[in-house]
Design a protein around this ligand. Sequence first.
Ligand SMILES: Cc1ncc(COP(=O)(O)O)c(C=O)c1O
Length: 338
Amino acid sequence: MSAPPAPPRVSLACLPTPIVKLERLSARFGVEVFVKRDDLTGLLETGNKVRKLEFLVGEALAQGADTLITCGTLQSNCCRAVAAVAARLGLRSILALRGDRPQSYDGNLLLGKLLGAEAVYCTPEEFGQIEGVFARLTDEVRRRGGRPYVIPESGATELGALGYLECAHEISQQVRQGAPAFDTLVITAFSGGSQAGLLMGKQLAGLSAEIVGIPIARPAGDVQRYVETTIRTAAARFGLRVEPPKTIHLLDGYQGLGRGTIRKEELATVVQLAREEGILLDPVYTGKAFLGFLDHLARDSKQFGSRVCFIHTGGVFSLFPFRDSLSRLLDGDPLVES
Ligand SMILES: Cc1ncc(COP(=O)(O)O)c(C=O)c1O
């Protein structure tokens, strides 16, 4: 039986993203710590989502879609990235958002609106039945003569995961060109789709690095199941010779209070990395994951081997809605002159 045709891909991200060494952190822990700057995949398209969107929007365009519909929280990175890509390609975008319309727009929502996305605000109950919301929105688009394409929350499908399969190929190429052969790659996990992509890419690109995910919202068991299912589904749908590994490495316990509420230690991690290395994390995703990463390095600095790379999946715009808590933290900080 012949292999299914390669899924269409549209080039959207600025690739390859650089890999940089964190000098002071490396000296502190006595291991080489690197960051792969997927926060630099674009200005408005920045972060991990645009890698997924290269495939999802590739399929949308192949189907003749003219309207992208997706969903997320008010500060969803995925929604902002979809709005940015839609604007770039001359498509419409509709964002189904969990929450009420705020008095003024901020962070990712401000950018989504600025980019021309239509926002539809959903109650938690409506958002819990998101398939119903998608059905209503797609019907409306069709009634107006449009052609909708739905992107599930976080671009979390086996097609979206191919973005990180390609990222593994990119890393493997960077290693061939002189980047260090990492013992471990660490990535933030919400759905686990990006981790699933890396795990598939590890098998196909012959990467030796262990892939470690840090769940920042969902229970580790849910992330693990999602990773396994995504790899199996992708293998079947795209004819890939990949299978879920026996062990899916997840560092559990850093979900904190979920995606809406941020704890002081998570914000403090954002401040610490900004000052120590000049790199901005976001408080909702990468800040939490980096807290978990540092925590594990502090317990046993060799547990990730001698060369470890944290994949920075972006999200910087959601820093701004936390300006009040951040200002309080900065004002109480002895490093800040009054
Ligand atoms: C900044 C950032 N990092 C990481 C993730 C996690 O992506 P995934 O759903 O593929 O695990 C997300 C997704 O919501 C994100 O916005």
